[in-house]
Ligand binder design. Structure first.
Ligand SMILES: Cc1cc2nc3c(=O)[nH]c(=O)nc-3n(C[C@H](O)[C@H](O)[C@H](O)COP(=O)(O)OP(=O)(O)OC[C@H]3O[C@@H](n4cnc5c(N)ncnc54)[C@H](O)[C@@H]3O)c2cc1C
Length: 428
């Protein structure tokens, strides 16, 4: 058993902050190295859809995707686009991505591995939020998938079978029961599928900041710096190199979101990681009664009631991390919200349509995505003193607590509570 080791965690997003807490509770001396504000806008953890969903077990790549992909990638108004100049660089990742969904058996295995990370996510987050003194930031009021009709629901039969096989339960709402829950939604939606076990976060950025404050209260040190590499003495890890000098430590954990692959390369690991760029808009003054997050089947975006207002998050834009934002993609989200909630287009509650429908903020973030839809968690094959904890794609907020426990188990040399095999870095 390894205890009381000096450990540096690179990145204070949701994954790094949770990993720091898990390591502190094992007695390690933890230094968090973060280049920006903890929970700041640079992190994917800041602006996501805020879903804590045990139902997010369906990978993006499923059988038959290869037939639909060319069409959807070139539909400029659709939920998935590619910036063509990025295609050559992304091609190897895209081929692996399509391969990952080539068979139902493969997708079932991915769903099981995602479920292991997600199944207790809301309860775990409620617990963490309470410990960090921000119990009010996490709620468990369920999540709702919205369909125009039963045919649209049945068109997603594989997704719901995967959810059911992984213990997700739901209730169906139609007619008055649906209207009562969603009084302001457009009547074209006739069926709601409610996953009562789901939860959401009311302000993910503030939540991460609170977790980091809690880590500091429990003894962590935060170093504001950009990690650039690793120092080894023989096979032994000695320090993380940063733009502000070296941070001495016997173990390092790479939890730097989309920047993680470059750091992993410094250790000698080539992990395929691409940014599935996503956007959000917040409509602070939306006169919309929404007690729980909703995902419309025809828009594939999260409509989440947050502390700042109605947050509409979604879109997958495959492009270089450094490419400028294409704010038309954020406008698509706002436009969809206006179609979904007619009150956003008229005058309601003393708020004019223009005010209600105008985003008060917009944001671009980088989902750190592996081609097989699973995160990379565990010791580096090249240098086992360095651990990987990244690549959570669409589910990093929800999966962070289980990830942190797995990292702590592996780093301590304990037999992990969770089977680490599906996430092992050596699989690429
Ligand atoms: C539009 C959108 C919607 C989403 N919706 C959901 C959702 O509803 N539910 C869900 O569970 N997930 C969702 N996600 C995914 C989720 O946000 C991410 O998987 C998760 O935030 C990744 O967390 P992270 O800690 O790995 O990375 P990040 O949050 O990006 O944090 C990485 C941190 O590392 C720091 N860093 C980077 N490089 C260095 C360096 N060299 N040195 C020091 N620090 C460094 C960065 O500054 C950053 O703070 C969504 C993502 C997007 C974009």
């Amino acid at each position: 058993m390894n205890s009381r080791l000096p450990v540096a965690v690179i990145g204070a997003g949701i994954v790094g902050s949770m990993v720091a807490l898990a390591l502190l509770r094992d007695g390690h001396q933890v230094t968090l190295i973060e280049q920006g504000e903890a929970g700041g806008e640079q992190a994917a953890s800041f602006g996501n859809g805020a879903w804590l969903s045990p139902a997010s077990v369906v990978p993006m790549s499923t059988p038959g995707l290869w037939k639909k992909l060319p069409g959807s990638l070139s539909d400029a108004d659709g939920p998935l686009v590619i910036r063509w100049p990025a295609l050559p660089g992304l091609l190897p990742w895209l081929l692996r991505f399509m391969w990952a969904g080539h068979s139902v058996a493969r997708v079932e295995a991915t769903a099981r591995a995602l479920s292991a990370l997600l199944k207790d996510a809301p309860q775990r987050h409620l617990h963490h939020a309470a410990q960090a003194g921000v119990a009010d930031l996490v709620v468990q009021r369920g999540l709702l998938y919205l369909y125009p009709d039963r045919a649209a629901f049945h068109a997603e039969a594989l997704s719901w079978r995967l959810r059911r096989d992984n213990g997700v339960q739901w209730t169906e709402l139609e007619g008055p029961a649906l209207r009562e829950l969603l009084p302001d939604v457009d009547p074209r939606y006739g069926l709601g599928i409610r996953v009562a076990a789901g939860g959401h976060c009311l302000d993910p950025g503030a939540y991460v900041a609170a977790l980091v404050r809690q880590a500091v209260a429990e003894g962590a040190r935060v170093v504001r710096a950009r990690a650039t590499g690793f120092v080894f003495e023989g096979a032994r890890h000695a320090a993380v190199r940063t733009d502000q000098g070296e941070v001495a430590c016997r173990r390092a954990v790479i939890a730097a979101g989309i920047a993680s692959a470059a750091l992993a390369r410094q250790v000698g690991d080539r992990i395929p990681l691409a940014s599935e760029r996503g956007y959000h808009v917040v409509l602070a003054k939306a006169p919309v009664r929404l007690s729980l997050p909703v995902m419309p089947s025809d828009g594939k975006m999260a409509m989440t009631p947050t502390r700042g207002g109605l947050r509409v998050a979604g879109q997958v834009e495959l492009a270089a991390v450094s490419a400028a934002p294409d704010w038309r993609r954020a406008e698509l989200l706002a436009r969809f919200a206006r179609r979904m909630f007619p009150a956003l287009s008229g005058d309601a509650g003393g708020v004019t349509g223009v005010e209600a429908a105008s985003p008060t903020s917009r944001w671009l973030g980088h989902r750190p995505s592996t081609p097989d839809g699973l995160p990379v968690i565990g010791p580096s094959p090249a240098h086992p003193d360095v651990f990987h904890a990244f690549g959570h794609g669409h589910v990093g907020l929800a999966a962070a607590p289980a990830t942190s426990e797995l990292v702590a188990d592996l780093l301590a040399g304990r037999s992990p509570a969770l089977d680490p095999q599906p996430y092992r870095p050596s699989r690429f």
